[in-house]
Design a protein around this ligand. Structure first.
Ligand SMILES: Cc1cc2nc3c(=O)[nH]c(=O)nc-3n(C[C@H](O)[C@H](O)[C@H](O)COP(=O)(O)OP(=O)(O)OC[C@H]3O[C@@H](n4cnc5c(N)ncnc54)[C@H](O)[C@@H]3O)c2cc1C
Length: 417
């Protein structure tokens, strides 16, 4: 569909479906290229997941060296690298500054807006988008294409069809469906023979069969300063060890340290039904020091007060030892010291995708050209979390969503030319 611009020339219209960060960035690139950008979203307002991301501190990107940054996209690094080359983490920060929002680098290297919030950034962005002529159409749920090939939407006024010269799909992944990204686009594209890798939870929690006693006492407790080793020798890889913190949940475990390991753990569970990790409750203590302290005479003290006074272990850490170490091993100081440094935990399943921070899987890169246009549907481009990649938390998700949105928008401009 074309419309007249100020000089009376016909100008192209592009439909962007999905008003998350990827879709809005595509709209920005398209408006800058002089086409009419119309954003359609099923929800009453755009950027709902983006706003949620701001609740715990909006982590925009990461300041680590570029090679390390790229490596976070794992096996999809070759596909994500060209997108990031056009919109680097540094360019992202400049873009945020251009919206009048300052950023800072936290002690971990993560980049945040100075006030840590998403709402002022989204407000400023939407204001600028509207000024450049981007139109937002809320409560427009995309239903697919009509027989004639026009876009079909469910709206409060009933079903409507829309003609556009090109389309950008930025429909999000499969987590937190109540914020809009409900993955109902999957069958719509599968019907069109678009290859889609199954959506799976990413940056997710895991289930552990806690006893009722442990669950009722410790669900919600944080384990701070622990390390997890994931054994990978059976698949010919060195063991991977990370330090951080996580939370005990009624069903198992979640939190930043778990998310960082979640892709490998999820794949391990898919392959063999479970995943083993080893928990180091005192990562800054060498094993020998733990042995020395545990084997000191205990006198009349209980094991709990002995561990607390000699090693500072208490609360949920002692609870975990009680939960996981056999009574006979608990009475053997040497075995107990080894358990404190390498407590085995069996993960039974990933938590459901709807609870995850993000999802893996989606439209495969093989089905798109370098501009992110679907080979099977010329004129239809894809961007954001609905593409088949995943990354840990740390700002890598938003960075790739924004970069791919920009790449899709620029891809449309090239294609229309
Ligand atoms: C709790 C939480 C915290 C997070 N924190 C961070 C963080 O700090 N840093 C970071 O980098 N990432 C973070 N993320 C991840 C990040 O928010 C997402 O990766 C990002 O929002 C995905 O962007 P997107 O544009 O691809 O999709 P989305 O933001 O999911 O947007 C997709 C849009 O498409 C619309 N839509 C879907 N289907 C249809 C349809 N059929 N018709 C019309 N519209 C449709 C939806 O309503 C939605 O508005 C967090 C996620 C969560 C859940």
């Amino acid at each position: 569909m074309t419309s007249l611009n100020n000089s009376g020339m016909q100008r192209k219209t592009v439909a962007i479906i999905g008003g998350g960060p990827a879709g809005l960035m595509a709209a920005e690139a398209l408006a800058a290229g002089g086409v009419q950008a119309d954003v359609y979203d099923a929800m009453p307002s755009v950027g709902r997941k983006f706003l949620l991301a701001g609740k715990g501190g909006m982590n925009l990107t990461h300041s680590e060296p570029y090679d390390a940054f790229l490596s976070r996209y794992g096996s999809r690094t070759p596909q994500i690298a060209p997108l990031l080359a056009e919109f680097t983490p540094e360019a992202l920060r400049e873009w945020v500054h251009g919206l009048g929002i300052d950023t800072f680098v936290g002690s971990s290297g993560r980049v945040f807006p100075t006030d840590m919030k998403a709402a002022p950034l989204l407000r400023a962005w939407l204001h600028r988008l509207r000024q450049t002529g981007v139109r937002l159409h809320m409560r427009h749920r995309w239903l697919g294409w009509t027989e004639a090939g026009t876009l079909c939407f469910d709206t409060p006024q009933g079903q409507q069809t829309v003609n556009a010269d090109a389309v950008v799909l930025a429909l999000g992944g499969g987590s937190w469906a109540r914020l809009g990204s409900d993955a109902r686009w999957v069958p719509l594209l599968s019907q069109r023979e678009i290859a889609i890798a199954p959506l799976q939870p990413s940056n997710c929690g895991f289930e552990i069969g806690w006893s009722e006693y442990f669950r009722s006492r410790f669900a919600g407790d944080h384990l701070k300063s622990v390390a997890i080793t994931v054994e990978l020798e059976d698949v010919g890889l060195p063991a991977s060890r990370k330090q951080g913190e996580f939370v005990i949940t009624a069903e198992g475990i979640e939190g930043s340290l778990i998310y960082a390991l979640s892709a490998g753990l999820r794949d391990r569970i898919s392959a063999s039904g479970k995943a083993m990790i080893q928990l180091d409750l005192l990562p800054d203590w060498p094993l020998q020091r733990v042995i020395d302290e545990v084997t000191r005479p205990r006198g009349a003290r209980s094991w709990s007060s002995h561990l607390q006074s000699r090693l500072g272990l208490k609360g949920v850490k002692t609870g975990l030892l009680r939960e996981l170490v056999a009574a006979a091993d608990f009475a053997d100081p040497l075995l107990l010291a080894h358990a404190i440094k390498a407590l085995p935990l069996t993960l039974l399943a990933a938590r459901p995708i709807d609870e995850a921070i993000s999802s893996a899987g989606g439209v495969t890169f093989e089905g798109m050209d370098r501009q992110l246009m679907l080979k099977a549907l010329p004129g239809v481009f894809c961007a954001g979390e609905m593409l088949d990649w995943e990354a840990p938390t740390g700002g890598y998700l938003l960075t790739a969503c924004l970069a791919s949105g920009r790449a899709a928008g620029n891809g449309v401009l090239n294609w229309l030319r």
